[in-house]
Design a protein. Structure first.
Length: 166
């Protein structure tokens, strides 16, 4: 078994339990170029998918120094919640920048047009858990970029704000 990032030998097994690091990560982002540059080495372990959850998603995310969680965005329908486990992150919202450190959390209700993002400005990796609802009608709005996201059965479709597909 693992505690933090250290491996501890154990003969305990469960039918449902697993360690986040054992879930293969998605590296980078699905954003079209050039918007993908800030998250090239971001690692998301999709814990909700691994657990078979369908109503909400859970990601164990590792953010290297200089990387961002996402572009500053807000969701039309989905709620988001983040809980910082390790390190320090800059949380950017319409109100400005604040620091989140290990043990802190933040939430973002769907339908509230307050763009948010996390940036790792430190010299060490930051680790956090993000939880979000899974609502088919959700759209992602990006106030700082010519980008809009719409959910489809095959993932997100990214368009310019005028509707042209990337």
């Amino acid at each position: 078994m693992r505690v933090g990032r250290e491996i501890i030998m154990s003969d305990t097994t469960t039918k449902h339990g697993f360690h986040p690091i054992d879930v293969k990560p998605r590296i980078g982002s699905g954003y079209p170029a050039p918007y993908n540059q800030g998250a090239l080495t971001r690692r998301k372990h999709a814990l909700g998918d691994r657990a078979g959850l369908s109503q909400f998603g859970v990601n164990y995310t590792i953010l290297p120094p200089g990387q961002q969680s996402a572009l500053r965005h807000w969701h039309s329908h989905e709620d988001e919640f983040v809980f910082v486990l390790e390190g320090e992150l800059a949380l950017i919202t319409d109100e400005g920048e604040e620091t989140l450190s290990a043990g802190m959390c933040a939430g973002f209700p769907g339908g509230v047009p307050n763009g948010h993002q996390l940036i790792n400005r430190s010299g060490a990796e930051a680790v956090f858990v993000e939880i979000g609802s899974r609502i088919a009608e959700d759209e992602g709005n990006y106030p700082d970029d010519d980008l809009h996201a719409r959910k489809t059965d095959n993932g997100h479709v990214f368009t310019r704000k005028n509707g042209d597909v990337y």
